[in-house]
Ligand binder design. Structure first.
Ligand SMILES: NC(=O)C1=CN([C@@H]2O[C@H](COP(=O)(O)OP(=O)(O)OC[C@H]3O[C@@H](n4cnc5c(N)ncnc54)[C@H](OP(=O)(O)O)[C@@H]3O)[C@@H](O)[C@H]2O)C=CC1
Ligand SMILES: O=C(O)C1=N[C@H](C(=O)O)C[C@H](O)C1
Length: 245
């Protein structure tokens, strides 16, 4: 995702890549990573002196909170795609940015099909009392459930305003999936997938399935670009791209 973001920035007339950050690297020569020689590469927060408008983060779940906090404290607007933050962490970052009147976004998914799927699921949740989510990702994804699945379950719960009814099952193999306020989430990790999700609503004698499929990660860059332009005009942090499109 980092490479896709760099390509998108380099191809945009109104953007310029000024720096990159990864604490795991020792070689700070930008040309090692195919970047222009004027791009600064950092491996330590303490060394970051460069001025920037936007911090794009596609890193790892264990690092994203501290990275975003650093960006906000330095007045750099965060555009965060990394999954795995808790609700408390996201709310803390929102408060920090809002107090600084700094625009920003934390988006579980920058793909338009996924954002629309979440919007449609929110509408359907008002009409169907029960639903389950199946998310399917590539085998290298380190967190589960996906940020998108968790955000979908959160939107469904908010739309209903109460926990979903539980059905008791004898389930020695624990096959009923994870649970977010009663909405079951099933996470598949298999080669062949990029990122797919189905939200299945069940009612008396009928089901409704809302599904989206990501076949190329290039698709996420439409939303990243849109988010960058939006946060430059904003003075608060939003959680979810569905809030701004
Ligand atoms: N919101 C969205 O639309 C999307 C979100 N994602 C999310 O983005 C995240 C990244 O995904 P993906 O690119 O596939 O993951 P990768 O594992 O391919 O890349 C993560 C990168 O982060 C680097 N890294 C590790 N620690 C830090 C740190 N402390 N600060 C900065 N960088 C660090 C890693 O470096 P090293 O290899 O040296 O450890 C690696 O280069 C995931 O959480 C994923 O779920 C993915 C797609 C779309
Ligand atoms: O790791 C991924 O690949 C993806 N992560 C995000 C998530 O956790 O929802 C977005 C998308 O599903 C791809």
């Amino acid at each position: 995702m980092g490479q896709k973001a760099v390509k998108m920035v380099n191809q945009s007339q109104d953007m310029q890549l000024v720096a990159g950050f990864n604490p795991n690297i020792t070689d700070l020569n930008p040309q090692t990573y195919g970047l222009k020689e004027n791009v600064k590469i950092y491996n330590d927060f303490a060394d970051i002196k460069v001025k920037a408008d936007i911090w794009i983060d596609f890193s790892i779940p264990s690092a994203v909170f501290e990275n975003t906090k650093f960006a906000i404290q330095r007045g750099i607007r965060p555009v965060i795609g990394t999954s795995g933050m808790s609700e408390d962490q996201m709310n803390e970052l929102k408060k920090l940015a809002d107090d600084e009147k700094l625009g920003g976004i934390i988006a579980s998914n920058f793909g338009l099909s996924a954002v629309l799927m979440m919007k449609f699921a929110k509408v359907a949740a008002k009409y169907f009392a029960e639903s389950e989510i199946v998310e399917k990702h590539h085998e290298d994804k380190i967190d589960a459930p996906s940020g998108t699945a968790l955000n979908t379950a959160r939107l469904i719960y908010e739309a209903r305003g109460h926990d979903q009814k539980q059905h008791s099952s004898k389930d020695p193999l624990n096959t009923r999936g994870g649970d977010y306020h009663g909405t079951k989430i099933h996470a598949l990790r298999l080669p062949g997938f990029v990122a797919d999700e189905e939200v299945i609503f069940g009612g008396i004698g009928e089901t409704l399935t809302i599904s989206q499929s990501t076949t190329d990660r290039e698709s996420f860059m439409t939303g990243v670009k849109l988010a960058i332009h939006e946060v430059m005009k904003s003075n608060h942090l939003v959680i979810g791209l569905e809030k701004i499109i």
